[in-house]
Design a protein around this ligand. Structure first.
Ligand code: 5GP
Ligand code: ZN
Length: 116
């Protein structure tokens, strides 16, 4: 499994930094965002280090990407059956600040469109 020693989410995956974990298996980890932007704000990450969605899309098997979205849907629906949002920021222009792929799951409040 690839691991980037300076990556904060790799450290969370390895338990070197504590996080409020919701679910974990060999491929993916779901945990609570430390600075939530909604009543429920989860992050879904692959356990191996991948910088962003585009990188993952070219290097991973399609089922690996599908699994991350399936987890986002499971926990999004569970938190907010009336609706939730899944966001992936790729690159600084989109607001990506942690360069280990993560799906944001935002739930528990009405969402505006379009996002800023
Ligand atoms: P980005 O801006 O890259 O799309 O999202 C990064 C997210 O990671 C932010 O929402 C931020 O609050 C969250 N985050 C950054 N550092 C930590 C941390 O150490 N623990 C947790 N649980 N979330 C973090
Ligand atoms: Zn990483």
């Amino acid at each position: 499994m690839s691991f980037e020693p300076t990556c904060i989410f790799c450290k969370i995956v390895r338990g070197e930094i504590p996080a409020a974990e919701v679910a974990r298996d060999a491929d993916a980890l779901v945990f609570r965002d430390v600075n939530p932007k909604a009543p429920t704000h989860l992050l879904v990450v692959p356990t191996r280090h991948v910088t962003n969605l585009g990188d993952f899309a070219t290097k991973a098997e399609p089922h690996e990407i599908g699994k991350l979205f399936a987890l986002a849907a499971k926990y999004g629906r569970e938190a907010s059956p009336g609706g939730y949002r899944v966001v992936v920021n790729e690159g600084a222009d989109a607001g990506q600040t942690v360069f280990h792929l993560h799906l944001h799951v935002l739930a528990g409040r009405p969402m505006r469109w379009p996002p800023g």
